[in-house]
Design a protein around this ligand. Sequence first.
Ligand SMILES: [Zn+2]
Length: 330
Amino acid sequence: MKRALFTRILAITCAAMLCVTAMIAIPALASDSFVDRISVVATIYPPYDLSRAVTGGLADVAMLLPPGSESHSFEPTPRDILAIQDCDVFIYVGGESDDWINDMLDSLDMSAKQVVTLIDCVEAVEEEIVEGMEEEEEEEETEEGYFAREPEYDEHVWTSPRNASLIVDKITDALAAADPANADAYRANADAYQLELDALDAAFQEVVGSAERRTIVFGDRFPFRYLADAYGLEYYAAFPGCSTETEPSAATVKFLIDKIRAEDIPVVFHLELSNKKMAETISESTGAAVRLLHAAHNISKDDFEAGLTYLDIQRANVETLREALGEASE
Ligand SMILES: [Zn+2]
């Protein structure tokens, strides 16, 4: 479906580009041709914010996903395609949700650009189905017929600060290659940022290391596999990370309620931009507090305008995890 959409968008975009050539004066997205600044385009919030940290205002950084919107159902506009075509550095996740981008890159000339895919910056793992989780029943249509889908790589690589560190390295290399005049400044910004990520990593380790328990429960989808793997957390959730399902079965809700009761877990988590319904239902039956663990797919419009950062989000996550995991008594 997205492929068909993309073909349509490409047709519109090519028409739009002819108009641009004819009229010359249409302003490009966030770039000023008289100022010698490179432009960076990121599809979603994490690479946008990490690029912002490394460029420190020396480059134009744009995010295609509108703040507050759902990242999994993002569909590019012709203007987005033009922004990618015009940029110097393009950064995207590279998972299943980005199939449209791979199709697009095949038809654009990207040879003069730096392209970074987050999933290739880290050791990617597949989405995991844990006990009690509802597996998405998806089938793939091919010329030979319908097949059950292969397991997909978990796209939420940025949820672990250790992965964020690897991603920052790759983004910094790309920026330095695209803009050698500012390479030293980018490297200095990246070095400072890596210290913040190290401190964040230490904070997660400290919370988990001194915790009463290792288990967290999500009345929601679970996009934190990389975070859980990094710090040795066990988790239960209704759906895997990028599931499109939102209505859990009664058995799934009961399983999560039983887990919370059996292990006396004080918090049930929900995700950002979620309707919280499932977490609230579980809370009503168990008394567990409903809390946000923010996976940073996207942030609200207000948070975007206020300049909320990945580090802000993760530091808040450290404190919410502290509440959920408790502190072991000596
Ligand atoms: Zn996701």
